[in-house]
Design a protein around this ligand. Structure first.
Ligand code: COA
Ligand code: ZN
Length: 299
């Protein structure tokens, strides 16, 4: 059996959140339909955040309700920054959240207006109020921050301690602005694994410097089997200067399928989906490579 790698598509949140022009609900749903049709099983469909902070996500409840009703065998999850968001998410039926906190205190403040202590205390309240809500920590700026630079791998592990103590089992190490390198990725994963051997890890790597693929591959070779990416490489972070496109789902799926990993995803359908998305979204930054390739290798 080939090793399975699970793709966690986060475009409907991390990609869409940067776009000023509102994408009509039907268009969002069509993109999610395309993703499901290509075989993707894990999709971050929206975020329950302040519409003042991210106007694009004002339809979070509708998106979630419709998707949860329509697809029963897809793992839909949503980003949540606070108790209020967790409450709305829970009420519409979401049972899995990405709770976002930044390793860098200044990015945490810029992004969600919280100190580290406040973020941790807020999660404690969420977990107390919703004990059946599954929480994955989105650890933003884990490999470097636009305001504070890089921190040693040991600091990443140390930061996670309070969240592990709360009972969190899964962490998504995010290179929010795309400054990691493969050696650093290996080191952070090694140090985190050594400190917490039982945790489940994901990576979320932005492709700012064309290092999305190598950094993600470094994570896979270090043992991570849950990879975040966005269709077309659409992405960025509105509160992190310099953050640009994500790793494109079709690019990583192409590579993994070609290497013999089992992703369960149909590349041709995925590529068609990313091209359709690009036609729909005209003001996005797409870092995907395959969507521009015209030639097809002889079979
Ligand atoms: N969903 C909807 N509205 C929310 C909300 C949520 N989860 N949390 C807060 N709000 C509303 C409040 O009701 C309030 O509205 P009002 O001004 O009409 O009274 C307003 O947002 C501000 O609330 P407050 O609690 O003072 O929050 P804040 O100003 O300190 O901002 C966040 C904190 C987390 C709500 C806000 O920074 C945010 O949503 N950030 C999102 C960041 C993000 O998504 N970044 C990209 C992904 S990493
Ligand atoms: Zn991101």
């Amino acid at each position: 059996m080939n090793k399975q790698i699970d793709i966690y598509e986060v475009g409907p949140r991390d990609g869409f959140q940067n776009l000023r022009t509102y994408i009509p609900l039907e268009e969002k749903l069509k993109i999610i339909d395309d993703l499901v049709a290509s075989g993707i099983k894990h999709i971050q469909i929206t975020s329950f955040v302040s519409p003042k902070a991210i106007p694009q996500m004002k339809d979070a409840a509708e998106v979630a309700r419709i998707c949860l009703e329509k697809y029963k065998n897809v793992d839909f999850f949503a980003l949540v920054p606070n108790l209020r968001g967790a409450q709305t998410a829970w009420e519409v039926g979401i049972r899995k959240i990405s709770y976002v906190v930044s390793l860098s205190a200044s990015h945490n403040k810029a992004n969600i207006n919280r100190t580290h202590e406040e973020s941790c205390e807020e999660l404690r309240k969420i977990m107390e109020r919703y004990p059946e809500l599954y929480v994955c920590i989105d650890l933003a700026t884990a490999f470097g921050c636009p305001f504070e630079g890089k921190v040693p791998a040991e600091a990443v592990a140390a930061f996670m301690k309070d969240y592990v103590a709360l009972g969190v089992h899964e962490f998504n190490l995010c290179d929010t602005i795309g400054v990691a390198n493969p050696r650093q990725v290996r080191e952070v994963i090694h140090v985190v694994r050594a400190a917490y051997p039982d945790l489940t890890l994901q990576v979320h790597i932005h492709d700012t410097r064309n290092m999305g693929m190598v950094n993600t591959l470094a994570a896979i070779e270090a043992g991570v089997d849950r990879i975040q990416s966005t269709l077309g490489g659409l992405g960025g972070c509105p509160f992190a200067p310099g953050a640009s496109g994500n790793l494109a789902t079709e690019d990583i799926v192409y590579m993994l399928n070609d290497m013999g990993y089992d992703t369960g995803i149909n590349f041709d359908e995925l590529l068609a989906a990313s091209r359709r998305e690009k036609e729909t979204i005209t003001d996005g930054v797409f870092s995907g490579h395959h969507m521009n390739i015209q030639n097809k290798m002889a079979e």
